[in-house]
Design a protein around this ligand. Structure first.
Ligand code: HEM
Length: 372
């Protein structure tokens, strides 16, 4: 049950029915009302934790925290309880994060890998934890049946890379940018106060569509996704004879989509290495479609006037796009309105690409209260 087939590993018809069966769980109309109260709670708790650290002058490696935060978001939504409730203290570095990856069965791997020490490691402990998580999820979940959890491989989607690490690292880079740019933080806070009134804001009175007013914040999120796409390329297969830029590509050809290169093409993004949120405001309506749209539409188009491939487009486009975007929008607004973020001596936006693009040395940041 813990490592069965899933939408990420399946191909052809097997992938098709899995994708179709998953779509309803990722529709904004299903996700948004269910996740919004959890997001507000988690954002408030994280802002509190940052301010508590501020009092003691300590720093936080936000990349660790964002991983747990985004894991809780997806687990609360799909399973009805946070992973934080699991006792994973004996699982070592990373704990609940990547539990699914940690428990991969060596039997599935190529012979050459099977003989490595890593493949022969004992996965019983982590599998036991994951299984107990699933059992509890089956008991508690109002959204998913035990059969769904097993059939659709939800534990892989949640506890492996796609469901939380993607959003976590993206949000970490965003906090890193903010730390280095106090003016950017001020502009965000100004927009939030214009939209929701002065501090203290009563967030409990706001509904999810109120966050649509945060156009500048949305542009900031987009610009961060452009510069720090966790998936800088995609493996594509040409399904019919095509011609791309004058080059004939026969059906069946495998291609690599260079999303990193497109996101830095100066023809679309002048001064491509600079963090310039305002470039996204050029589109006629810079409100993301994610709050009302349909997941199936989102695979074929983006509402931005500029090329936007951070979530890919097409049949395999990201199913969690809407969830990730509303998550980042609410977390960003609720944290930045209360907390001033500062770099530490070794803060850098340097990245490394191992499956996903991640901050090379974590992201140590320090905090203070506004006017504190
Ligand atoms: C900032 C956050 C995220 C980014 C940048 C991102 C990016 C991507 C990209 C580029 C792909 C396409 C990969 C390919 O070409 O094969 C993808 C696929 C996928 N993503 Fe995301 N993702 C994010 C968040 C999420 C979340 C929160 C979930 C679920 C909770 C999720 C679930 C999936 C799934 C299931 C697929 C596979 C779709 C398929 O093959 O049919 N993603 N994601």
């Amino acid at each position: 049950m813990t490592n069965g087939p899933n939408v990420l590993s399946a191909r052809g018809d097997e992938w098709k029915w899995r994708r179709k069966a998953l779509v309803p769980y990722f529709q904004p109309r299903a996700v948004n009302p269910a996740i919004f109260p959890h997001l507000k709670d988690l954002a408030a708790r994280n802002a509190d934790a940052m301010l508590t650290l501020a009092e003691s002058g300590k720093e936080m490696d936000v990349d660790k925290e964002t991983g747990l935060l985004t894991l809780d978001v997806i687990c609360l939504y799909l399973f009805g309880y946070p992973t934080a409730e699991l006792d994973v203290s004996d699982l070592g570095e990373g704990g609940a994060r990547n539990m699914s990856a940690k428990s991969q069965t060596p039997q599935l791997l190529l012979p050459v890998i099977k003989s490595t020490k890593w493949a022969q490691r004992n996965v019983d402990a982590v599998r036991g934890k994951l299984q107990s998580f699933i059992n509890k999820a089956i008991e508690k979940s109002t959204l998913l049946s035990a059969a769904d959890i097993e059939r659709l491989g939800f534990t892989t989607i949640t506890h492996n890379l796609p469901g939380h690490d993607t959003t976590a690292h993206t949000f970490t880079f965003l906090l890193g940018h903010l730390a280095q740019d106090p003016k950017l933080q001020e502009s965000l806070v100004d927009e939030i106060h214009r939209a929701f009134g002065p501090s203290p804001i009563d967030w409990s009175k706001l509904c999810i569509s109120d966050f649509n007013q945060l156009k500048f914040a949305t542009c900031v999120i987009r610009e961060n996704l452009r510069l720090h796409a966790v998936a800088p390329g995609g493996l594509l297969t040409c399904v019919k004879d095509s011609v791309i830029a004058g080059i004939p590509i026969p059906a069946g050809t495998d291609l690599i989509g260079n999303y990193y290169g497109i996101a830095r093409d100066p023809e679309y993004f002048p001064d491509p290495e600079a963090f310039k949120p305002e470039r996204w405001a050029l589109s006629e309506d810079s409100v993301f479609q994610e709050l009302t749209g349909d997941v199936s539409d989102m695979t074929t188009k983006t509402e931005a006037a500029l090329p936007e491939l951070s979530f890919a487009l097409g049949a395999h486009a990201c199913l969690g796009r809407n969830l990730a975007l509303i998550e980042m929008r609410v977390l960003l607004a609720m944290i930045i309105e209360r907390v001033v973020i500062r770099p530490s001596a070794n803060t850098t936006l340097e990245a490394i690409w191992v499956l996903l693009v991640t901050p090379k040395n974590g992201m140590n940041l320090s905090f203070s209260a506004h006017h504190g």
